[in-house]
Design a protein around this ligand. Sequence first.
Ligand code: NAD
Length: 478
Amino acid sequence: MLIDGQWRQAASGETFAVFDPATGQTIAHVPSGDAADVDAAVASARQAFQSAAWRDMMPAQRERLLLKLADLVERHGDELARLETLNNGKLLAFAQGLDVGGSAQWLRYMAGWATKIDGQTFDISMPHPPGTRYSASTRRAPVGVVGAIVPWNFPLLMAVWKIAPALACGCTVVLKPAEETPLTAIRLGELALEAGFPPGVFNVVTGDGVAGAALVAHPGVDKITFTGSTEVGRLIGARCGQDIRRVSLELGGKSPVVVLDDCDPAVAIQGASAAIFFNQGQVCTAGSRLYVSRRHYDHVVEGIARVADAMVLGSGLDPASQMGPLVSARHRDKVVGMIDTSRREGAEIVAGGAEVQRDGYFVRPTVVANSGSRDLEIVREEVFGPVVVAMPFDDLDAVLAAANQSAYGLGASVWSNNLRAVQRLVDGIDAGTVWVNCHNVIDPNMPFGGYKASGVGREHGRSAIESYTELKSVCMAY
Ligand code: NAD
C-alpha cells in the first residue's frame, strides 16, 4: 500500500490473494488493509493537504504534475493494459484503448481544469450605511481529503475518473481499489510518485469492504466518492448523511436500448450487441433491457442471438478472444443464478444461458426473450454480465413507460432517425445519459451520473470540478 509516499504492508501483516479470472490461478498477494491502515493514510492525506508544498502550489504546477502522470501512464501503457487484462479478464485491445488510453485522456483533460477554476462577482442590493460599497464574489476551495472507493470493472479508469479532478482541484486522496483488482491502482501509485506528487497527496489502501467502510466512517475524510453497487451505495450514503460528509455515488443501472420501427435492423443488431456484450456486460451503463418495435422484434432478437452464439470466449490476452471471463467465481455464480431464475420464471433463453465448463470464470453471452412481458427479476435487477433481455413494444407511449419502469436511471439509448419520436424519448426517459444511435459513449467533458437509484451527483467536466470544491461567498465592505 502507498501511504505518505512509502510502500507498506498492512499494519496487521495480513494479505489476500488476487486471481487471474481466465485461469482461476493466484497471481499476487496484496496487503489486506483495515481501519489502522486507513487511519494512517487519512492522516498522511490530511497532513499533505495542509502542507505548504501542496496548499501553496500554483495551479499550473498541479496541471504539470497531472500531465506528467498522463505521460507516464501512456509510456507504461502496454504494461498497465496487460496488468489490467491479467487481473480483470477484459480483452487486451480494450484495456489498451479504453482503460489506459482513457486514463491518459482523463488525466490530461482534468489537468487543464486546474488553471481554469473560477468564481463570479455579484452586485449587492442590501441596505447599507451611506457611503458604504460592497464587493461580493465567489471562489472555489478544494473540498479537502477525498476518500475514493472504486469497483473492479474498469479498475484503472474508475480510479482516474476520481483522482484526476480531485488533484486538479487541490484535494488530497486516499484510493481504495476493489479487492478483486488492486494491481493497476498500486502501479498508478508508483507512477504518481515518479511524476512528483508530494508524499501523502495520493495514497492507496488495498483491502475489501472493511477498509472501504473504515474510510467512509473516518472523521478526517471530507468527501467520499464511490462507484459500485447500489446496495453498498445506500450504506455509504446513509453514513455520509449521518456525518454530513460530502458524497457522490455512481451506482448500478438497468439501461434500456430502444429500437424504433424506422431503424435498420442490421444497425440495431450491431448496436444492441455492443451495448450489452462490451466488457462482458460488466458495465454500469450496459444496455441490458432491449425494447424492439414489434415489426423488427423477431429479426433483431435472432440477429443478436447469432452474434452471441458466434462469440469466441477466451483469455483477454489471446488476440483471438472476443469475450473474456467474468471477474470472479462469486460474480460468475451470481450471473448464472440470475439466468437460471429467468428460466424458472418463464423466460425463453434464445442464446447462451450457462457457464463454460473450463478453468476460469466464463459465461456464454446470453439472450433472454420476454415476449409475454412477464415481470421478471432479470428485467428489474442489474445482472452486470453478458445477459440481455429482449421485449417487443407496439407504440411510443408503451415503450416510454416501460423504459422508465425501473428503480435505476443511469443510461439509455434510442435507435431511430425519426426526429419527433427521438426527441419525445430523449425528453421523457429518466436517465443521466440518453444516447441516440450510439451507446456507452462517455467523454471527460460530458457529465455522467444517475437518476433515481443509479446515484447522486455527476462526474466529468465542470460537474466534477464543482463536486471536489466548496463554494465560498466573499462579501467585502469598503
Ligand atoms: P461493491 O459495491 O460491493 O464494491 C465496490 C467497492 O466498494 C469495492 O472497492 C468494495 O471493496 C467496496 N465496498 C464494499 N463494501 C463496502 C462498504 N460497506 N463500505 C465501503 N466500501 C465498500 O460491488 P461488488 O461486490 O464488487 O459488485 C456487486 C455488484 O455491484 C455487481 O454485481 C454490480 O451489479 C454492481 N457494480 C456496479 C458497478 C458500477 O459501475 N456501477 C461496478 C461494480 C459493480
